[in-house]
Design a protein around this ligand. Structure first.
Ligand code: ATP
Ligand code: MG
Length: 482
């Protein structure tokens, strides 16, 4: 084995210092041959060069003096654990001895302790362990039961990685509904152009044209989508109040119910216009507000006598895209509120298959400050969805701006480069087992490398994201040609 250094100083149970006799990169896997537990897997979390060069001698060096410098490369390693005859991964309960040799870990040990060996039927292949030829497969059942988040700064590769995950969900015939504010995911229909990476990662180029459905409230702009509207008749008065932006349920529920009963009795297939006319006839300030808010609802064009049916929207084993490109932000919130509510209610009654609800730009739909029309239902799904087979995936470029209760319910996190200090703080607070070294590394992650936590793994892993089988729809726009 390749010896890289020796343990020195005070040795803890979670981490230790080592003097390195050859360069090892931060994040590399190491091992110590412990007398009690055999080979224990560790990871280099931090590195520092210690020297005896003081200020005075540094000045002298600057003036051209011949000054010998004694230096040591010092590492801090965190202990991951060892595998005890097929049982769970355990950590030593007695510290390693100072002076013990530290080696580079071989792939067999890494795969064994990290749990990377198995190709499970329920595995979503997202990429390779950084620097190794070991596949990282997220356990799809865990994603469902414990929810997930994809976090990175803008341009960090969130949508690309989410595309990888949706490809895997489709391959496993998992139903998903994707809230797509920028209309980026229609490209899942088309096979990617093959490049050298496809072979290295063992990925085929493949489109999912027959498995992608697309809906949009604006089919003039989004021509490949089917129109998305909601049936007025199927809306419960409380839900209609959400559309009307009226939160004062106590005051408005009674008059609105009366209005609906009255109109429903004379016109079974009533439209919003019929409701507006009836509200006009009503007297007093309450009806005036109802009238005004119904006019607003009419302008959103989201409600129709016969809306998109649930069986059309959710199809087992297919991905339904809700393309919101060009749709006003307030209307987007209403769409998300209605869809999320319908999915949740119908999952409770088991009228639709278990499904994964993906929310892109989730900080707009479940903000930490203020509320969106869909905030409450998304919080409910985050806390209770798992009981009913409704998995949630939130994607955001602003971890600090998404509702904390939603983020903390996401137990699988895929983190790409994040540099904003507030976002880093929010991430560090919502993830267990993130070391200060890892938080620092998140700031310097290259595009295409993600830190994976959860997903069936007991320790955070750095993952080189696999290339897409399908085309990526979120390419940056080039203003000036190269
Ligand atoms: N794993 C990857 N391999 C190769 N290229 C990638 C990878 N991830 C991202 N990219 C490229 O980086 C660019 C930005 O990626 P992406 O659109 O996924 O970013 P984003 O985080 O979703 O950004 P935004 O917040 O603006 O939506 C794209 O041009 C994409 O092709
Ligand atoms: Mg994106």
């Amino acid at each position: 084995m390749d010896e890289v250094g020796r343990i020195f100083g005070d040795v803890g149970l979670g981490q230790f210092q080592l003097s390195l006799n050859r360069p090892v990169e931060r994040g590399e896997y190491l091992t110590v041959d412990d007398e009690m537990n055999g080979h224990v897997l560790c990871q280099l979390d931090d590195l520092r060069r210690k020297s005896d060069l003081d200020l005075e001698r540094a000045d002298a060096l600057g003036r051209g003096a011949d000054t010998p410098i004694h230096e040591n490369l010092i590492g801090i390693a965190r202990i991951i654990g060892f595998h005890d005859s097929g049982g769970p991964v355990r950590v030593p309960t007695i510290p390693f001895r100072p002076g013990a040799k530290v080696f580079r870990a071989d792939e067999g040990l890494i795969a064994d302790v990290l749990g990377l060996k198995k190709h499970a039927n329920s595995g979503a292949y997202v990429g390779l362990l950084r620097g190794h030829d070991l596949r990282i497969e997220l356990d799809i059942n865990t994603l469902f039961q414990r929810h997930m988040s994809v976090l990175a700064k803008t341009g960090g590769g969130k949508s690309y990685l989410l595309g990888v995950i949706v490809e895997e969900l489709l391959r496993h015939k998992v139903t998903c509904v994707i809230i797509d504010p920028h209309g980026e995911y229609g490209s899942l229909r088309f096979a990617a152009e093959k490049n050298g990476h496809h072979q290295r990662f063992g990925v085929e180029s493949q489109g999912f044209a027959s498995r992608v459905l697309e809906f949009s409230p604006d089919v003039t702009l989004n021509t490949s989508a089917k129109p998305l509207t909601f049936s007025l008749r199927h809306l419960d008065p409380r839900d209609l109040l959400v559309f009307m932006g009226l939160t004062n349920v106590k005051n408005f529920l009674g008059p609105l119910k009366k209005l609906l009963e009255e109109v429903g009795a004379s016109t079974p297939d009533y439209s919003v216009k019929d409701l507006i006319r009836a509200a006009e006839r009503g007297e007093g300030a309450l009806f005036e507000t109802l009238h005004e808010r119904l006019e607003y609802v009419d302008q959103t064009k989201l409600l129709a006598p016969q809306g998109t049916s649930l069986t059309e929207l959710v199809v087992e084993g297919k991905a339904s895209l809700v393309n919101l490109r060009g749709v006003a932000p307030d209307v987007q919130e209403l769409v998300v509120a209605r869809i999320a509510t319908t999915l949740f209610e119908n999952r409770k009654k088991q009228k639709i298959p278990p499904l994964f609800l993906v929310i892109e730009e989730a900080h707009n739909f479940a903000p930490q400050q203020g509320t969106a029309a869909c905030s409450r239902i998304l919080k409910n799904i985050a806390s209770e969805g798992r009981k009913f087979g409704l998995g949630l995936c939130v994607v955001t470029q602003r971890a600090a701006r998404i509702d904390k209760s939603v983020l903390s319910q996401c137990n699988t996190q895929l983190i790409l480069q994040v540099t904003n200090p507030l976002d880093l703080k929010a991430i560090a607070q919502s993830i267990e087992g993130l070391t200060p070294g890892m938080t620092e590394m998140i700031q310097g992650l290259p595009v295409g490398t993600a830190l994976v936590t959860g997903g069936g793994y007991h320790t955070p892993l750095f993952c080189e994201v696999r290339p897409r089988s399908t085309r990526h729809g979120g390419e940056s726009v080039r203003v000036v040609p190269n």
